[in-house]
Design a protein around this ligand. Structure first.
Ligand code: MG
Ligand code: MG
Length: 279
């Protein structure tokens, strides 16, 4: 696992704020009639204006060929994650997830939100809220000397405490992050796994940074990848939601690197110490 120095974490905070700004600018343009390509351009402008580099664009390219075509993953309704920006036009009642990553001086940030397009059905709004709550419960479970599996358990417990029943996507997980977007360790969103063996996972120590990102479905969590080789959709065609933040744990508490306030307000609600590094 890559352990970051305080200065490297401060760089990651800069990247996190760029990602926050890109998502906020994109959110402001979400409306019926807009295409996902237009939204992606808003995020691209924000990242480049900030002097940062989009980390998703070209991701997965082999010898410079192919790779992801967008600076955001925009996933609508039955699309769980990795939706490719394009001609799809948003309509009232859609549920859109916006996932974005940026690099500043070689250090990464990664975050996602889900948003309703106009008025959505109550069960869709509840799905997104449940996913957001699960993310914060997972974040709040991260503590020095604890285990990555504590995060997985907290996400799972949060989902199972909801009044409605949701699927938890297992094939895609949170991850370590730093000088690369995806690093060890995996951060699964449940401990009672169908695939692979449950593991305690590594101990959480100072300098570790993690992306915590539950993906929930209104129906069954089984999913597959479309012919574009990227877009993950639910097998049953029912909607999904996705929320993500990049975090680190300091000696003082938690620091949510991709939240505009560093996570201070949401952590206060959970009664979890807020622990940013001093400038
Ligand atoms: Mg992401
Ligand atoms: Mg991620």
């Amino acid at each position: 696992m890559e352990l970051k120095t305080p200065d490297q974490l401060r760089q990651m905070r800069r990247a996190g704020l760029v990602v926050h700004a890109a998502i906020a600018a994109t959110l402001a343009q979400v409306r019926p009639g807009v295409s996902t390509r237009e939204l992606d351009a808003v995020a691209a402008d924000t990242i480049r204006t900030a002097g940062a580099t989009p980390s998703f664009l070209g991701y997965g390219a082999v010898e410079g060929i192919g790779g992801f075509q967008g600076v955001t993953c925009l996933s609508v309704n039955e699309e769980v994650v990795h939706g490719v920006p394009g001609d799809r036009v948003l309509a009232v009642g859609d549920l859109l997830s916006i996932d974005c990553g940026a690099v500043v001086e070689g250090w990464h940030g990664d975050s996602a939100v889900t948003v309703a397009v106009g008025a959505v059905a109550d069960d869709l709004a509840a799905l997104s809220e449940a996913t957001r709550r699960a993310m914060w419960q997972g974040i709040g479970a991260a503590q020095l000397g604890g285990n990555v599996a504590d995060i997985s358990a907290a996400v799972e417990r949060s989902v199972h405490a909801e009044p409605a029943s949701y699927g938890i996507v297992e094939e895609y997980v949170g991850h370590g992050i730093g000088s690369a977007m995806h690093q060890p360790p995996d951060v699964p969103n449940l401990v009672t796994r169908r695939f692979g063996r449950p593991s305690r996972g590594p101990t959480i120590v100072e300098g570790l940074a993690l992306a915590i990102e539950p993906m929930l479905t209104l129906g069954d969590p089984d999913n597959h990848v479309l012919d574009d080789d990227w877009t993950v959709v639910t097998d049953d065609g029912r909607p999904a939601a996705h929320w993500e933040h990049t975090i680190t744990v300091t000696a003082r508490g938690l620091w949510v690197l991709t939240a505009d306030d560093g996570g201070e307000a949401a952590l206060a609600e959970l009664g979890i110490p807020f622990g940013p590094l001093a400038d």
